[in-house]
Design a protein around this ligand. Structure first.
Ligand code: GAR
Length: 188
């Protein structure tokens, strides 16, 4: 199973996938890693691991439609079976998802459909829920919407800050992403 992983930031979830592949625990080929802006640590760590990388800089396009077209072409060049949004903080078009047969996987640091969007951890804390978690799902063209594949709960402690909670969620999220990819690879 060939995957292309899209990132916008540090790519620690991506690193878990890279490590699992390197350890022989995950039978997927990371064909490429792409980002929506230059200078991400996710791209830097991928290049260091010898993985092809590309950037389709959102700011360089006149409008979202042109950017979506360019992103679709950049990803399609690697002929992936599954595209993974791993902290990719941009909404893609329905055309992008269709181009990859609907196989667009996303991870989110909350128990969807609760707390979608760019601040899932902060929003859960602000609401005052005592349990949050993470979700791996097939993404559609909405904001963190689409069929759920796996979820796991994480308790919120009184002493938590957004950073400490997000880091605890990410520990679970990394495991869930790797195990979901392993299941998909086994079924492919
Ligand atoms: C992850 O927690 C991911 O779920 C979240 O960004 C983080 C990226 O971390 N994505 C979203 O909030 C999408 N709505 P990473 O760059 O260290 O892997």
């Amino acid at each position: 199973m060939r995957i292309v992983v899209l990132v916008s930031g540090t790519g620690s979830n991506l690193q878990a996938v890279i490590d699992a592949v390197a350890a022989g625990d995950l039978d997927v080929e990371i064909a490429a890693v792409g980002a929506d802006r230059p200078g991400t640590y996710g791209v830097e760590r991928s290049a260091a691991a010898g993985i092809p990388t590309f950037v389709v800089d959102f700011k360089e396009y006149a409008n979202r439609s042109d950017w979506n077209t360019a992103l679709t072409q950049a990803v399609a060049a690697y002929d992936p079976d599954v595209v993974v949004s791993s902290g990719f903080m941009r909404i893609v078009s329905a055309g992008f998802i269709d181009a990859f047969g609907g196989k667009y996987l996303n991870t989110h640091p909350a128990l969807l459909p609760a707390f979608p969007g760019a601040h899932g951890v902060r929003d859960a804390m602000a609401y005052g829920v005592k349990v949050t978690g993470c979700t791996v799902h097939w993404a559609d063209a909405g904001v963190d919407t689409g069929p759920i594949i796996a979820q796991e709960a994480v308790s919120i402690e009184d002493s938590d800050t957004e950073e400490t909670l997000h880091e605890r969620i990410k520990v679970v999220e990394r495991r869930l992403l790797v195990s979901t990819l392993a299941s998909l690879a086994a079924a492919s």
